[in-house]
Design a protein around this ligand. Structure first.
Ligand SMILES: Cc1cc2nc3c(=O)[nH]c(=O)nc-3n(C[C@H](O)[C@H](O)[C@H](O)COP(=O)(O)O)c2cc1C
Length: 292
């Protein structure tokens, strides 16, 4: 509540949560932050049995369940049309009931009556992120995802994956520009290439003896790393860079050394464009599905 530009995206697995609760939690965050919330809808890795009292579902159930989950959450987020609330104290009219839409959803995994008790936010709906790689994943992502969290180890693989996914997005009648790619990287940057390699050795020295770190896709001097980032960006596979860091100084170094170069090259913002997460990502305001 004390920030005004940062967006927050929570990862909640569709395999282990409940759609009504998720819709409510993320919509609440979206209202509190004035339109800066997102949801990373993943199916999750096996391991449910350890903490969620049941075994991990097979793909035959995993993705049909995810599809229902997304339909419900998105439906609940559109419970009220944008002009449903009249708030006329004199006439005693709070809202127009014709502009409220219960969901009445009955599926194989969930049944939810709705409506949600939360209206839409300044960005319309929270931004939907997803992560995965399989064909089953892609079919659902093409319909529902707005940002794809993707593995960042192989540029050629990601190019093929992105082309295939964008083709599926178009088949859904959506613009391929309304789907953003966000590969995950662990950049190691130094003032010189030598310094970056020393950092890699330093991280390895904290690991169990003999452990060799896989060499990250983005490594070198600030200028070299910026060059590599621009290459991924121009290839159309990196609209957003998702950064992981193992080195304690990693984030600070990246921000101080690489970001100014990216700004000079015109591929990183100097100021926030908007005050919503959707606006800052350049994603369009979603029309309410009931008024489409
Ligand atoms: C880049 C990326 C990030 C992921 N992040 C998470 C995560 O944070 N938590 C999680 O439980 N699963 C995560 N997953 C796993 C996915 O939820 C999913 O289980 C996995 O991709 C297997 O599904 P698939 O074969 O359909 O792609 C991630 C997957 C990818 C590709």
């Amino acid at each position: 509540m004390v920030t005004h530009s940062i967006g927050l995206t929570a990862t909640i697995a569709t395999s282990y949560a409940d759609p009504f609760t998720v819709a409510r939690q993320i919509a609440s965050l979206d209202k509190i932050s004035k339109g800066r919330a997102g949801w990373n809808a993943i199916t999750s890795n096996p391991g449910g049995l350890a903490n969620y009292s049941r075994s991990h579902l097979k793909k035959a159930d995993l993705y049909p369940m995810k599809k229902e989950f997304l339909e419900i959450v998105e439906g609940l987020w559109d419970s009220y049309e944008d002009d449903a609330f009249i708030r006329d104290k004199e006439r005693g009219v709070f809202y127009d009931p014709r502009k409220m839409h219960p969901l009445d959803y009955t599926g194989n995994y969930f049944s939810v009556e709705g409506p949600l008790n939360i209206s839409r936010s300044r960005q319309g709906r929270p931004v939907v992120f997803q992560a995965g790689t399989s064909p089953e994943f892609m079919d659902i992502a093409a319909e529902h995802a707005e940002v794809i969290m993707a593995p960042g180890h192989d540029l050629e693989y990601l190019k093929a994956f992105t082309n295939e996914l964008k083709r599926k997005v178009q088949n859904q009648g959506r613009s391929p520009y309304d789907l953003l790619m966000m590969p995950s990287h662990n950049p190691i940057v130094g003032r010189t290439e030598k310094e970056a390699l020393e950092k890699l050795r330093e991280i390895e020295s904290w690991m169990p003896k003999g452990y060799r770190m896989p060499k990250p896709g983005l490594i070198g001097s600030a200028e070299q790393v910026a060059e590599q980032i621009e290459h991924w960006y121009r290839e159309g596979v990196m609209d957003i860079l998702l950064i992981r860091q193992d080195h304690p100084a990693g984030f600070k170094d990246f921000i101080q050394l690489v970001v100014p170069i990216l700004q000079d090259r015109g591929i990183f913002r100097n100021e926030y464009e908007d005050d919503t997460l959707r606006g800052n990502l350049g994603l369009p305001y979603p029309e309410n599905n009931y008024t489409k």
